[in-house]
Design a protein around this ligand. Structure first.
Ligand code: GDP
Length: 299
């Protein structure tokens, strides 16, 4: 929790800076409510959240004295209300085996790192995890996953650069199944420049996996980079369409003032949020805790 709080400190500070300039008057009036709404929108929390906080404050405190701490408490409560229903840490379920997790997202979002962190999280629960270097387009991505696999002691199925990603996915599921692995985590390409190409590739990967195992892939996890702010919302839209996303992980919350965008994403898409990344090391993935997140963000 300390790490999450530290990670979100920039987002929280930004919200604080935006809010403190509001408290120039002693009593809550329309102008102040409007400024509070603007502060929340500037902190990437989204217009719906801003409107709700404003309505709640108006109902409780109109024409009365109100402090920044009170406003922050209302914000924290409202954030938690939005996040609680979507908080769903990614778990290895009892059946079927292996649980197949397809990880999607644009290049640079933190996919490879998140895969390693997730695998590590599963390993800590005594599950055996296999990785597949399904971003066959980028040599660096294949190498990086191999390095991570070596570090955490998870086998990595890979192919030559340019090989068919679906073929590799098929092979990895076969191996994970015959080897009795509990989970298989598959990396994918993230070339959003060629949306149709990416859509075709991901559809094919999913098709071959389900050929081998009807329920696979069990999870399609979209990795989002918090530093891209509102852009994360567009990425959700696109990847929902091209990959049928079932849940989200947001990375780099430690290096940005834009953590509020996760709340806007929850509000708009209502997709499960599995975990958040708060650093570059293997332990820097936190199962998503709505209360801790709301408190860290609202300060
Ligand atoms: P990919 O291209 O999507 O596979 O992205 P990578 O996993 O290679 O990550 C891109 C960069 O982001 C690397 O330098 C990672 O160390 C860094 N990164 C990933 N997750 C986090 C995070 O939660 N916090 C920080 N600060 N950096 C991260």
């Amino acid at each position: 929790f300390a790490k999450l709080r530290a990670g979100l400190s920039r987002s929280s500070e930004k919200l604080g800076d935006n809010l403190s300039s509001v408290f120039t008057k002693s009593k809550l009036d329309d102008a102040m409510l409007e400024e509070i709404e603007e502060a929340l929108i500037a902190a990437d929390l989204g217009p719906a959240m801003a409107a709700r906080v404003s309505a709640k404050l108006a109902a409780e405190k109109y024409d009365k004295a109100v402090t920044e701490a009170e406003v922050r408490q209302v914000v924290a409560d409202e954030i938690e209300k939005v996040l609680r229903p979507v908080a769903k840490p990614l778990e290895v379920v009892a059946f079927p085996r292996p649980q197949t997790v397809l990880v999607v997202g644009v290049n640079g979002s933190g996919k490879t790192t998140t895969i390693a962190k997730l695998a590590h999280l599963f390993q800590e629960q005594d599950y055996r995890v296999m990785l597949a270097a399904g971003d066959t387009f980028r040599a660096a991505a294949i190498e990086q996953l191999q390095v991570w696999g070596g570090r955490i002691g998870a086998p990595v199925i890979s192919s030559k650069v340019g090989a068919d990603a679906a073929g590799l996915a098929y092979e990895s599921l076969e191996k994970a199944r015959s080897g009795g692995f509990d989970a298989l985590i598959i990396d994918t390409a993230g070339r959003l420049q060629n949306k149709q190409g990416l859509m075709d590739e991901l559809a094919k990967v999913k098709r071959v996996l389900s050929k081998l195992m009807l329920s696979a892939p069990h999870d399609v996890v979209l990795v989002l980079d918090a530093t891209t702010g509102q852009n994360a919302l567009n990425q959700i839209e696109v990847f929902r369409e091209v990959a049928g996303v079932t849940g989200l992980v947001m990375t780099k919350l430690d290096g940005t003032a834009r953590g509020g965008v996760l709340v806007a994403a929850a509000e708009r898409f209502k997709l499960p949020i599995h975990a958040v990344g708060v650093g570059e090391t293997i332990d820097d993935l936190r199962p998503f805790d709505p209360k801790a997140f709301a408190e860290a963000l609202a300060g």
